[in-house]
Design a protein around this ligand. Structure first.
Ligand SMILES: Nc1nc2c(ncn2[C@@H]2O[C@H](COP(=O)(O)OP(=O)(O)O)[C@@H](O)[C@H]2O)c(=O)[nH]1
Ligand SMILES: [Mg+2]
Ligand SMILES: [Zn+2]
Length: 270
């Protein structure tokens, strides 16, 4: 482990605190003399796949090919926002992007989070744009298969130190999953994820509403304080009016309705 003043230690857990309970990203109190970990500090969040604690940022990579699965992107946004992980949408394969494609992604996601554009074919561009964003933070790269996550990672690691397999987590008897974490020159840490399954993501209808951040400035002006922006009359709901006049993205709103329905169908939250 590494301390804030950049000292590196190899430590054992004290007493009941076994090392296998610790995750990459954990903050701990240590006893420098005895070289033991005294205490695991509270986690801001914990991901299972990859096994990481205190992830600060998630780069959600999208590309024109393969076509974006927008419902998956919206579910990932919900998952990250609920976990207090800052999402960033990264449009990759800029060399293949039409203006229409870029505009569509920007229109849908810029009101919620930062949107960046790169081509992993252009290493310098990728480094110039992503390095400052990744600096000093623990981030994960996520998104559909074949959008270019590994290619982006390769650009970032070029000329950087690859720390490699920092964490191993045994799951059951037969399988060992490991996550690879890489350290960048700017002390950023980045992990490539094997991808989230939409089925792994659980949320309630309230979570969906909470995570549709772009609704918030308008929701305040809806007639009813607890407006869901679903069955309320158009004249009473400013969110619906803003979808109608094109200020808010209509496809995002359509998926809002779908996600709330899905959350209700889960049955756990009603
Ligand atoms: N044209 C183009 N192809 C890219 C770009 N980035 C990645 N690719 C290609 O997309 C395919 C999938 O990339 P990969 O990094 O394996 O995607 P991953 O599954 O998300 O890790 C590979 O054939 C890459 O060469 C890009 O910016 N432009
Ligand atoms: Mg890959
Ligand atoms: Zn409303």
């Amino acid at each position: 482990m590494k301390t804030q003043d950049e000292k590196v230690y190899t430590l054992k857990g004290r007493g009941k605190l076994k090392e296998d309970k610790l995750l990459v990203g954990d903050f701990v109190d240590i006893d420098e003399k005895q070289l033991v970990i005294e205490k695991l500090l509270p986690r801001k969040n914990k991901l299972v796949r990859p096994p990481l604690a205190n992830v600060e940022q998630a780069l959600i990579v999208v590309a024109p090919m393969p076509k974006p699965d927008f419902l998956l992107i919206d579910k990932l946004l919900i998952k990250f926002l609920l976990s207090k992980i800052t999402p960033v949408v990264v449009i990759n394969k800029l060399d293949l992007c039409s203006g229409v494609f870029v505009d569509e992604i920007v229109k849908q996601y810029k009101p919620i989070c930062d949107v960046e554009m790169i081509s992993a074919l252009d290493e310098r561009m990728t480094q110039t744009i992503l390095n400052p964003i990744l600096s000093g933070k623990l981030s994960i790269l996520t998104g559909q298969s074949a959008v270019g996550k590994t290619s982006i990672l390769n650009c970032l690691l070029h000329g950087n130190m690859a720390v490699g397999e920092l964490s191993k987590a045994g799951r059951g008897k037969n399988t060992t999953r490991h996550s690879e974490i890489f350290m960048l020159e700017n002390s950023g840490l980045i992990a490539d994820t094997p991808g989230f399954n939409a089925l792994d993501i659980e949320f309630s209808p309230e979570d969906v509403l909470d995570c549709y951040l772009e609704f918030k400035p308008y929701a305040k002006k809806c007639k009813y304080k607890n407006c869901n922006h679903i069955n309320e009359k158009l004249e009473d709901c400013i969110v619906k009016q803003k979808v109608k006049d094109g200020t808010l993205s209509a496809p995002r709103y359509e998926r809002y309705l779908k996600l709330v329905e899905q959350a209700k169908e889960e049955g756990k939250f009603e």
